[in-house]
Design a protein around this ligand. Structure first.
Ligand code: UT7
Length: 329
């Protein structure tokens, strides 16, 4: 009966470009320093995708890796959700490109744009399809190639981001508790705080928009910083309350990796020890919708994340969006 089904993440996968861009590389490109970047953001290097590849390519790699961890073939996937702000094309969706490349012949496919909160939104949406009995095997991919939409002459943004993809397979479970709570939020009054002004129906691409660099990311970093620390605490507390759990019971809190100072401030507010809040921003920068599945994959691989753990994932980003999920792994 719908409503009694539970959803579990049964496998995860990741794909990161090989090319590393270090802070000292950036020192040669814009007026910045390794010291500024490390002390203000925690970032030491990030991965940059080669020009011949795009979001769908990393998505396919991450998705196929996740699939290998299950007994499924691509033809058995019912739904593919690609969470991204940097699709291959404005039209069609990247999810359809991925569906075809994977041979996921029976899957429905769509993109979901919730900025850096995309993967968390995608998990919450995918869960609904499983728990309603509509789908059995859902693939959620978080991917962003932000290097394609940053102004490489703007030191305030170009040092922050990296490219990557992560994927998760969602399936019904009768063992364990699976997803316990979700909390998705939006506040469009903050839309201009993180925006690519041109290239959509508001301001179509033209010679003027290109000259004005309006196809690049513009961000009010300070305001987003404050917003982030506030919502991470609020959402985490709310998720735990919804599931009748305590902060102390949380085994791991996966946070969107935008800035190590945001992560540290939120962690201290919640009173959690450092080992419960993984940080990998030093190696990948802010990979937007990919940051949480990349962290998740690392923790599965190194054995930090164990069956039965109480796990929360909380993110924030363009929209403004924010959101979290709580589950028993
Ligand atoms: O994924 C979700 C979206 N994004 C975020 O979550 C980002 C959230 N915000 C942040 O992470 C931080 O606000 C930033 C890392 C973006 C900026 O750090 P900040 O401590 O808020 O610095 P600031 O913007 O207040 O800038 C301080 C100074 C400025 O110089 P003045 O005006 O004090 O002389 C900047 O011009 O640092 C300067 N600056 C830089 N200096 C060297 C800005 N970028 C750089 C740089 N290298 N790359």
């Amino acid at each position: 009966m719908p409503g009694l089904l539970k959803t579990a993440i049964t496998s995860v996968g990741v794909s990161l470009p090989e090319k590393r861009l270090t802070n000292s590389d950036l020192e040669k490109m814009v007026e910045t320093s390794d010291n500024w970047i490390v002390s203000r953001t925690g970032i030491r290097e990030r991965r940059i995708l080669g020009k011949e590849r795009a979001a769908s390519d990393l998505s396919v790699d991450a998705g196929m890796q996740a699939l290998k961890g299950t007994a499924l073939n691509a033809e058995e996937i019912d739904l593919i959700i690609v969470c991204t702000s940097t699709p291959d094309f404005p039209v069609p969706s990247t999810a359809c490109v991925v569906q075809d490349a994977m041979g996921a012949t029976r899957a429905a496919a769509f993109d979901l744009n919730a900025g850096c909160t995309g993967f968390v939104y995608g998990l919450a949406v995918g869960r609904q399809f499983v728990e309603s009995g509509t789908c059995e095997n859902v693939m959620v991919i978080g991917v962003d190639i932000i290097s394609r939409i940053v102004d490489w002459e703007d030191r305030a943004t170009c040092v922050l981001f990296g490219d990557g993809a992560g994927a998760a397979i969602l399936q019904p479970t009768n063992a364990g508790r699976g997803f316990l709570a979700t909390d998705l939020r939006s506040d469009g009054s903050g839309a201009e705080m993180l925006i690519v002004p041109a290239g959509g129906s508001r301001l179509p691409a033209s010679e003027t928009t290109v000259k004005g660099k309006e196809h690049f990311v513009r961000m009010n970093g300070n305001e987003i910083f404050k917003f982030a620390v506030r919502v991470i605490e609020d959402i985490t507390v709310n998720l735990l309350k919804k599931a009748d759990e305590e902060v102390e019971s949380l085994d791991l809190l996966f946070l969107h990796q935008a800035n190590s100072r945001i992560i540290e401030a939120a962690r201290r507010r919640l009173g959690l020890p450092a080992e419960k809040v993984p940080i990998n921003i030093d190696r990948y920068g802010n990979t937007s919708a990919a940051s949480i599945p990349i962290s998740l994959h690392e923790s599965v691989e190194d054995g930090t994340l164990k069956k039965g753990d109480l796990v929360a994932m909380v993110a924030f980003g363009a929209g403004l969006t924010s959101g979290g999920v709580l589950l028993e792994w």
